[in-house]
Design a protein around this ligand. Sequence first.
Ligand code: GLV
Ligand code: MN
Ligand code: MN
Length: 412
Amino acid sequence: MNLDVDRDRLIQEIEELAQISDAEAPAVTRIVFTPTDLKARAWLITRCEKAGLAVRQDPIGNIFARWTGSDSNAPAVGAGSHMDAIPNAGKFDGVVGVLGGLEAIRSLKRSGFRPRHSIELLVFTSEEPTRFGIGCLGSRLLSGSLSPDEAKKLVDKDGASLEEVRRKAGFEGELEEVKLPRGHYKAFVEMHIEQGPLLERQKVPLGIVRRIAAPASLRISVEGVGGHAGGVLMPDRRDALCAAAELILAIENAAKTSGAVDTVATVGICEVFPGAVNSIPSRVNLIVDLRDTDLRRRDAVMGKVKAAQEMIAAKRLVSIQETLLNADAPAECTPEIIGALSQACAKHRQKSMPMVSRAYHDSLFMSRLAPVAMLFIPCRNGYSHRPDEYASPEDIARGVAVLAETLANLAE
Ligand code: GLV
Ligand code: MN
Ligand code: MN
């Protein structure tokens, strides 16, 4: 098979997609079901159709672009990722797996390969949690990891429900129709930038993911007492932001002292009410993101975070409420798919190394539906979720060639 990746076109497409954004270049912002997200979807669908793929979208907006195999009833081989982007993100997170997946399929078509199993490009809805507070909406629903009833309770910060928003965006049908039967996929492979520095540091061009860390997130609301910034004396204060500040440091400390570098905790959202310079903060909402490759250790850190809340609430006479937004188990990649990726690397004479994904991905949830594995490519300095995220054309094209080889092997 003569696999010839059209690197220039692929890079051109990554650049074009980056321009469909709500942030000023080089930053990319593409939030689910905004006009920008819908524009990006339409742009991608046109490209999939040009490539001769049959496109359908399900009621949550997952996009399936299928190259039907000679045995159309056999389970499909899936590849893909997401196109939504958090505020002030870069252009490669998710996109490399989507456009790289499309180019892998196109290169297989050009090579004359004819699959027995259908090959399906999947673009997941809202891998990022930006709008509805929970990531991987599409893959959670596809795999039955989130029930339609739970999904219907989700609202965005303006109070609009997921149901309302998706229907307005043109996605009709019932969420109950989204879940796929086990056996729909024979295998699922997601290519992604590493979002960490290890490949680059070790000068290895490809990573094969064995395990995806377990993410969890919490909303913590601190309720204190507001008042005049001049009039209320310091001994009388019950400042919600000061209590939250103490809690944020306790969260950092809980992660740092877990005994493993694999425990990470981030408070990425801190909303302060009323948010006036001369008013004591009366209420603070924090969103905490906590992850670990080891479920027990992560849960132990969550226990410490809870204990810190109780201690700080008692000491500072504030009330602290915690809501668990999600707490997912880690995923193991499947040895057969890891093997297919390793074989493809060997065939292309590319060095690879086993990796853990500390970021989460739709593959975490796809692993509950099908055998999965992930292919990582390096990104400069490990930067991701920032505008200067960068993966080189050579690294992307190398990943696409290995992905194509893997898909061919699995679809034969
Ligand atoms: C995905 O974007 C993550 O936060 O890991
Ligand atoms: Mn991301
Ligand atoms: Mn991603």
